[in-house]
Design a protein around this ligand. Structure first.
Ligand SMILES: [Zn+2]
Length: 264
């Protein structure tokens, strides 16, 4: 069982992930979206950048006070008993959102991630450049995040490093082609996509640690699974993404007393 407050927190976390834009467009929507305009504007540079997130709003306190924050540098890892991951990602109608911080593909219900026996629903996936996590102190050009929630509202994120290759990634190409230039979303008629197109062929090996959202409100208790294998995109595709968002990556955070576990 879980408490009411857990559920409320979960609802806040999920809604902040799904509606994390700061644009005036969001403020025009009715219902609970109305609370959006009260959320402090944040970004990646200047005085609304990551170093200031914790001071922009009480709601963002975890961004500066949290001890289990994400992303992290994955260098020292320990072999551990970590649950098996099984992705059941089905095709979904292409719905690309520009939320003012990233390009995000919203997922229709029905796709899941199993973490051991725990079932999570795939909500959306989105991108960062450069990568948010580091490997041995180094960034990759980009990183994709697949965001999942279970019935209790707890989150699990699968992260995939995106490295440079010679062939364009077909799914990323469709997303870039249909992305709204300004804040908003684009439901593309007749185009089905699967998140599988941005998962590495081998999803068996990964790094696991307990972290947070990498954007305000930086809520903790997120189960992170960073794929050991990467996917490839072209330099042109990275450049195309940077036209939307030149830099949308939070710096790595201290591990403190956490361990990064590897399954192999
Ligand atoms: Zn992310």
């Amino acid at each position: 069982m879980y408490s009411k407050s857990t559920l409320i927190l979960a609802a806040v976390v999920i809604s902040s992930i799904l509606f994390s834009g700061c644009s005036s467009k969001n403020t025009k929507k009715g219902g609970h979206h109305k609370t959006m305009h009260k959320k402090a504007h944040w970004g990646y540079t200047g005085n609304t950048g990551p170093a200031h997130w914790g001071d922009l709003s009480k709601d963002y306190h975890a961004c500066k006070a949290g001890k289990s924050q994400s992303p992290v540098d994955i260098s020292k890892t320990s072999k551990g008993k970590v649950p098996a991951l099984t992705m059941h990602y089905k095709p979904t109608g292409l719905n690309v959102k520009n939320n003012g911080h990233t390009l995000q593909v919203d997922y229709q219900p029905g796709s899941t991630l199993l973490v051991g026996k725990d079932k999570y629903k795939l909500l959306q996936f989105h991108f960062h450049t450069p990568s948010e996590h580091k490997r041995y102190g180094r960034h990759r050009p980009m990183e994709a995040h697949f965001v999942h929630a279970n019935d209790k509202g707890q989150l699990a994120v699968v992260g995939v490093f995106m490295r440079l290759g010679k062939k364009p990634n077909p799914l990323f190409a469709k997303i870039l082609k249909n992305a709204p230039a300004k804040t908003g979303h684009n439901s593309v008629k007749g185009v089905m996509v699967s998140g599988k197109g941005l998962l590495p062929r081998n999803t068996r090996n990964y790094y696991h640690y307990s972290g947070s959202l990498t954007t305000p409100p930086c809520s903790e208790g997120v189960r992170w699974f960073m794929m050991k294998n990467s996917v490839r995109v072209t330099a042109g595709q990275v450049a195309a993404f940077k036209k939307f968002f030149p830099m949308n990556s939070r710096p790595v955070q201290p591990l403190n007393n956490r361990k990064v576990l590897r399954n192999k």
